[in-house]
Design a binder for this molecule. Structure first.
Ligand code: R5P
Length: 301
């Protein structure tokens, strides 16, 4: 795709400008006016071409999603034929089935919604568990950029006696990918979630190392990483850092990690957070230029 403009909400101005520079496109703000009754009016600045990128960071997704629909409509009205949505953090991916009777499958609902209004969805390391490709749920082409190369580049700088630690079985494939790329040893723990804010993590025997970097795709309450950090401390590791992809960080999460002994926390800039240290603009730009993963034809579903 060769978009001529990158349209951004104010939560992604920095990323949009960097991306526009990478793509040789213009960066154009999407302004939002909130009426006293809570409704939003969205206004785009039309670009010159027929294909455009729209970018929004979708943490705190509920109020942001409807404005995204309005902006997609405004871009269509202005003559844009092809819209690629960049949502560096794709929300609602964890509820990929109905866990209790009466619950919706939020992942499918979000995929249906976005697939109706944009032509392509680009994101970074979506949390996929029981499905392996976004194409299994999205009706439009998708690109899921792997975060392992980005995290590996940061981990490589930590020194050779560094252990990469994935806190749970779900993190195993990409813990291995980070460790392999960084040329470092790794272990993966086992997690038991006891509640929204309580988890237990057990780790296997550890090789002799000087430090550990805990990695995870999402840090929300911070409890998963904190539980793993406590286990590392118990095993005698004194220097513990954490590198996460999406720093959702609910209130108090960073403090929870520090109390558990995590010294330094870094994250990708998919969600704005003081821990942002890993830039994603180049990876997003090359995903926009490249081919997308197409959904299977209806007969194959
Ligand atoms: C879960 O399966 C994810 O990979 C993360 O481990 C989880 O979302 C982290 O949540 P929290 O920070 O609340 O423990």
């Amino acid at each position: 795709m060769r978009p001529s403009s990158v349209h951004y909400f104010d939560d992604a101005a920095d990323l949009a400008r960097a991306l526009a520079r990478e793509l040789g496109a213009s960066a154009r703000p999407i302004t939002v006016h909130r009426f006293p009754d809570g409704e939003s009016r969205v206004r785009v600045v039309p670009g010159s071409g027929r294909s455009a990128v729209m970018i929004r960071r979708l943490d705190d997704p509920n109020p942001k999603l409807f404005e995204l629909l309005l902006a997609a409509d405004a871009l269509r009205q202005s003559g844009v034929r092809q819209i690629a949505l960049i949502a560096p953090y794709l929300p609602y991916m964890r509820q990929d089935r109905s866990f209790e009777p009466g619950e919706s499958v939020s992942q499918r609902v979000l995929a249906d919604l976005l697939g109706r209004v944009v032509d392509r969805v680009v994101t970074l390391e979506p949390h996929l568990h029981r499905i392996h490709d976004l194409a299994e749920v999205f009706a439009c082409p998708t690109i899921a950029i792997p975060a392992a190369p980005l995290l590996a580049a940061w981990c490589r700088g930590r020194g050779s006696r560094t252990l990469i630690v994935g806190p749970d079985e779900e993190s195993a494939p990409w813990t291995r990918a980070v460790a392999d790329r960084a040329g470092l040893p790794f272990v993966v723990g086992r997690k038991q979630r006891v509640g929204d804010r309580k988890v237990r993590v057990t780790l296997p025997g550890l090789p002799p190392v000087d430090r550990a970097v805990l990695i995870d795709d999402i840090a929300s309450t911070g409890q998963t990483l904190a539980a793993a950090a406590r286990e590392l401390k118990r095993a005698g590791i004194r220097q513990i850092d954490a590198a996460v992809v999406h720093a959702i960080f609910a209130k108090g999460a960073a403090a929870t990690l520090r109390r558990a002994g995590v010294r330094r926390i870094v994250s990708c800039d998919s969600v704005v957070h003081p821990t942002n240290a890993i830039a994603t603009a180049k990876a997003l730009a090359s995903a926009i230029r490249g081919p997308a993963s197409r959904p299977p034809r209806r007969s194959e579903r």
